[in-house]
Design a binder for this molecule. Structure first.
Ligand code: CP
Length: 360
């Protein structure tokens, strides 16, 4: 059955007008029957959904521990096919989505660069998108342009095959499924100390162009009494749109360039790298901003429960010697990505109840 958006395209004058609208005004466009369908913005997620998805991810990872459980999971969606359209470099988002699909039995195809697709012959993005949907039931995209995933959802909603679209990273704008895995990781790291509510989190590095910290900041509206500290060089400060959002939702935050001064106060440190790919000279890696790096000597300055996260890849922001410390959560964090993405796909294709029933 063809499922069109709950908010019809007639409500908007066209793509340009739709794209320019505030995110809050178009959230229903990405739903079907009051459930998540397309995942484009982190603002789409509310607390009950986040809690439910984390639980579902836990169930999937528990089932996947046994051969019988793995077989049950693989038999949930063998009739579905997914397309990974990743035309911006990726290791873990690509692999975790690919393996999330494998866990649930989906068949996966991929395009990893516009030079190997017919876009190189001049095919328009719209025709390219329609072509993907001719073959698959789910499109997962990573693209250097901020609005590409959203445009994919918009274009497909006008066709007879409006398949779900998942944004796997859209330029320097958003990375909503990374935010889901970050929430899942934080909730797991804080499981024995009351979860994410009430925690103080430092985000460090290139906050201006880091899409992961932007998407994660949006999700903070769902948690009680959280506080954010933005630690960055002056030129890479968090953009005003995020700061306005935090003010609107009464989420306290402050900015500093003094990383060491906040280390003893925070419950989590979310490190990020300098996003050179968005520089006028993307090959330039000269300035490394060492005062925003986490070094082994800092381990004695942070709290015993402080979780150190990083969306990865890392370059020099976290000294390798930190990896063995139990508070280094980034390797666990990247693995969380596979489970939460499997949970998301299970939800979208409505096989979540079958997973839940295994535990009742
Ligand atoms: N965190 C993240 O998006 O990593 P990749 O660029 O390797 O996908």
């Amino acid at each position: 059955m063809v499922k069109y958006a709950e908010q019809t395209q007639q409500e908007f004058e066209g793509w340009d007008e739709f794209y320019a609208r505030a995110v809050d005004e178009k959230l229903d466009f990405f739903k079907r029957n009051d459930r998540v369908f397309d995942v484009i913005y982190a603002q789409q997620f509310a607390r009950p959904f986040l809690d439910y998805l984390c639980k579902l991810a836990d169930m999937i990872r528990l089932l996947a521990k046994t051969r019988v459980g793995q077989s049950k999971l693989r038999h949930l969606l063998p009739h579905k096919r997914a397309m990974l359209y990743f035309v911006q470099p990726s290791t873990r988002t690509f692999l975790s989505f690919q393996n999330a699909c494998h866990i649930l039995g989906l068949t996966v195809s991929e395009i990893r660069g516009t030079s190997t697709s017919s876009e190189v012959k001049g095919e328009s993005p719209e025709d390219t998108i329609r072509t993907f949907a001719s073959y698959v039931n789910l499109i997962i995209s990573r693209h250097p342009e901020a609005g590409f995933a959203e445009k994919t959802a918009w274009v497909l909603n006008q066709t007879s095959r409006p398949v779900p679209v998942l944004n796997g990273g859209s330029g320097p704008d958003q990375h909503p499924t990374q935010a889901l895995l970050d929430i899942y990781s934080l909730e797991r790291e804080f499981r024995t100390i009351g979860g994410l509510d009430g925690k103080k989190i430092a985000m460090v590095g290139d906050l201006k162009r880091g899409r992961t910290v932007r998407s994660l900041s949006y999700l903070m509206k769902n948690y009680r009494d959280v506080e954010l500290v933005f630690v960055s060089p002056e030129i890479f400060r968090m953009k005003d749109d995020i700061k306005e959002f935090l003010k609107k939702h009464n989420i306290p935050f402050y900015e500093t360039e003094d990383f060491e001064s906040i280390m003893p106060e925070v419950d989590a440190i979310y490190m990020t790298r300098i996003q050179n790919e968005y520089s006028s000279d993307p090959t330039s890696k000269d300035e490394t901003y060492p005062q925003f790096h986490m070094k082994k000597k800092h381990l004695s300055m942070i709290q015993t429960h402080c979780a150190i996260l990083h969306p990865l890849p890392r370059r020099y922001e976290i000294e390798i010697g930190i990896d063995k410390d139990p508070r280094a959560a980034y390797w666990r964090q990247e693995r969380c990505g596979m489970w939460i993405r499997a949970a998301l796909i299970a939800h979208i294709f409505r096989v979540d109840q079958e997973i839940i029933d295994e535990f009742s």
